[in-house]
Design a protein around this ligand. Structure first.
Ligand code: GRF
Length: 204
């Protein structure tokens, strides 16, 4: 099987990007390599960590351009690196239709809640304030909705009575670092079909 080339998009810390890199290194994700780590922010800490790992990095800065203009450059950089699968990992931008159409069902995102609960920003705080007893994280295909595409995998994290945003976020993040590699391994090597909103495993 041909090795799938991943493009990982970040805007900040990049811990999920590092979790994917280490899962590829230790064989938990097979048939995949990281073609490029791309950030829209030159100051993203994750760029430094990616370079320390010997990964190729690039910055596509916003520079006052429209979303469409910025996305067009991002797509051409991803194409230049022959990316097969795009993994958003803390990438703080909503994608244009040109971007979505360029990688149909080949863009994944990780979100720190059990979607469809608590989409958007501050999902961990939303969970605490709502009083749910369980939250978690979700890996999903990206479509034109905000955190609303077909769900690939979810991980559950209990909310403890003495949790605050920081403690809960830290426990969800641990779970994210396990879930995202599992989901990428599944998308790269598993057999499935996307039927409406449902990602169905096939066993043939
Ligand atoms: C994670 O909580 C992820 O779920 C959300 O943004 C955060 C990114 O963290 N989309 P990191 O940059 O991967 O450390």
């Amino acid at each position: 099987m041909k090795t799938k080339r991943l493009g990982i998009l970040i805007s900040g810390r990049g811990s999920n990007m590092l979790a994917l890199a280490s899962a590829i290194r230790d064989g938990q994700i097979s048939n995949a390599s990281i073609a490029v780590v791309l950030s829209d922010k030159s100051a993203a800490a994750g760029l430094v960590s990616a370079r320390e790992q010997g990964l190729t990095t690039t910055v596509v800065a916003r520079r006052g351009r429209t979303r469409e203009e910025h996305d067009a450059e991002t797509v051409s950089v991803l194409r230049y690196h022959q990316v097969d699968l795009v993994c958003l990992a803390g990438y703080m931008r909503v994608l244009s239709s040109h971007f979505l159409d360029s990688f149909p069902q080949r863009i994944l995102n990780i979100h720190p809640s059990l979607l469809p609960a608590f989409p958007g920003m501050n999902a961990q705080l939303q969970a605490i304030e709502h009083g749910v007893r369980f939250t978690g994280c979700t890996v999903h295909f990206v479509d034109e909705t905000l955190d609303g595409g077909p769900i690939v995998a979810q991980g559950i994290v209990p909310v403890l009575d003495d949790d605050n945003e920081e403690t809960l976020s830290a426990r969800i993040l641990e779970q994210e670092h396990k879930l995202y590699p599992q989901a990428v391994e599944f998308v790269v090597n598993g057999t499935y079909k996307v039927d409406g909103r449902r990602v169905l495993r096939s066993h043939d």
